[in-house]
Design a protein around this ligand. Structure first.
Ligand code: KIV
Ligand code: ZN
Length: 515
């Protein structure tokens, strides 16, 4: 590996997917994996196969689908985990196994209930077994940043000796600071026997908001792989955000003198795809991919930008794939123009899919004068409705200051029957949800509801994201877009209910094995 290249190891489908509300079904994971391949990540951690039959199936499907990058499966240092991870990933062109065990006193004593000697022995055996199955093996000493250095060095040296080609250093609880984390990587480089034969990787959590800074400090001191996730999703406060580490290395190339293999113009489409799949919105001021990341509101800033762009802009929106400001198509655009634009946006659609998207495009163009890239992406992504789901056919709402809010909905149920119901509530949204509940009958609590405008103009498409918790403990999200936000709300709620139904039908247990 060229020492001036930093490998990007994406764990959106594993660490990211573990976070509440971010679960994805198999088709969604494969769709995301294809986009990550288009983005140019070097490795995808596709899942944790021992966690559930679903995780296994998703890793296997991605291993068979993605040929350009390494597909990695996570496993503890247990023989059954390693063998199952290998079974899931072995069909990949470039399979990889990632095995981990905690090395900090606190984790060894309270979680593992193992002595350091046992942990060292388990590391040796696990890495040797993984290496006997697979040529590419990552090893992670979990909670490395709270581990005692001499023991950490010993475990890492044993992992190298047993055949690991990458040592991933997790700041599992997001406790480190950039100075400390950089120093830790430097110490590992200086003290671990055999370290020159392997790549050092970082895996930083964001509990103190330092995940990106810590990852970058790691590469300054010799790490050449960053484990990260799209939109920074992941356990608790999340992981280092892929788009942020990549754009820091790209924009400040003169400082870091390093590069990645990422096609930066795919960053925004990737972020959007994830949002649309999980229904979890990105905060407006999020770097690189937030709605305001390239918006200039203050008069002085606007004036500066108009005179000379570089006064207030350090990156170009186009470079991260934000061409959403350009008007691309309107009512009179034909199917051919639509097909071309979808291709430029990275969608490989079959003629049948193009015909279906075109139909939705024409319907939207009737309501909305200007169609932006973001509109098109929503049209494509929402077109993949799974069969056998509840689908909104029609709805009407009454609301106002002097009428009692009410809604009536017409829904096609999974058996294809048209069902009608009415509902009342405190406002038009709760009335709509109550009407939907009368048909879908899936008891749940609404835990989050948000509205964002994703496109521009008075007739912009609003996107509603909802999160619900079902009676049996699953948290699922859904989103929906429409020029009418009550209709968008109904679509979002139905998307979440469909997802909850799918999770229940698969009998996934809400608690996966503990990491
Ligand atoms: O945060 C962590 O320590 C992990 C490991 C499994 C690498 O996710
Ligand atoms: Zn993690």
């Amino acid at each position: 590996m060229d020492p001036s290249t930093v490998k990007i190891f994406d764990t959106t489908l594993r660490d990211g997917e573990q976070a509440p509300g971010n679960s994805m079904n198999l088709a969604e994971k494969v769709r995301m994996a294809r986009q990550l391949e288009r983005l140019g990540v070097d490795v995808i951690e596709a899942g944790f196969p021992i966690a559930s039959p679903d995780d296994f199936a998703a890793v296997q499907a991605i291993a068979r689908e993605c040929h350009l990058l390494e597909v990695c499966a996570l496993c503890r240092t247990l023989e059954k985990d390693i063998r199952m991870a290998w079974d899931a990933v072995k069909d990949a062109e470039k399979p990889r196994l990632h095995t981990f065990i905690a090395t900090s006193p606190i984790h060894m004593k309270h979680k593992l209930r193992k002595t350091p000697e046992q942990v060292l022995q388990m590391t040796k055996e696990a890495v040797s077994l993984a290496r006997s199955l697979c040529d590419r093996v990552d090893f992670s000493p979990e909670d490395a940043t709270r581990s005692e250095l001499p023991f950490l060095y010993e475990v890492l040296a044993a992992a190298i000796e047993a055949g690991a080609d990458t040592l991933n250093i997790p700041d599992t609880v997001g406790y480190s600071t950039p100075e400390e984390f950089g120093q830790l990587i430097r110490n590992i480089k200086e003290h671990v026997k055999g370290i020159d034969r392997v790549i050092i990787s970082t895996h930083c959590h964001n509990d103190l908001g330092l995940a990106v800074a810590n990852s970058l400090a790691g590469v300054v001191h010799g790490a050449r792989q960053i484990e990260c996730t799209v939109n920074g999703i992941g356990e608790r406060a999340g992981n280092a955000a892929l788009e942020e580490v990549v754009m820091a290395l790209t924009t400040r190339k003169a400082f870091y003198n390093l590069k990645t293999n990422i096609r930066t113009a795919e960053l925004y489409p990737t972020s959007r795809l994830l949002t649309s799949i999980t229904g979890v919105p990105v905060q407006a001021n999020k770097a690189i991919v937030g709605a305001n990341a390239f918006a200039h509101e203050a008069g002085i800033h606007q004036d500066g930008i108009l005179k000379e762009r570089s006064t207030y802009e350090i990156m170009r929106a186009e470079d991260v794939g934000r061409t959403g400001n350009a008007i691309v198509l309107g009512k009179h655009s034909g199917r051919h123009a639509l097909g071309n634009r979808l291709k430029q946006l990275g969608y490989a659609v079959t003629p049948e899919q193009l015909a279906a998207v075109y139909e939705r495009f024409v319907r939207l163009a009737d309501k909305k004068k200007e169609i932006f890239d973001a509109d098109l992406m929503l049209l494509v992504e929402q077109g993949d409705a799974q069969p056998h789901e509840y689908e909104l056919k029609d709805m009407t709402v009454t609301s106002g200051m002097s009428v009692k809010p009410g809604a009536s909905v017409v829904i096609i149920d999974p058996e294809g029957r048209e069902q009608k119901a009415t509902g009342t509530g405190d406002g038009p949204v709760s009335s709509t949800f109550n009407a939907i509940d009368a048909i879908c009958t899936l008891p749940n609590t609404l835990t989050e509801y948000s509205v964002t405008s994703l496109t521009e103009g008075d007739d912009a498409l609003g996107t509603v994201a909802v999160r619900i918790r079902t009676k049996d403990g699953h948290t699922v999200s859904g989103d929906g877009s429409d020029t009418d936000i009550i209709v968008a709300s109904a679509k979002a709620y139905l998307a979440a209910l469909n997802r909850a139904r799918a999770v229940q039908n698969l009998k996934i247990h809400p608690e996966k094995p503990m990491l």
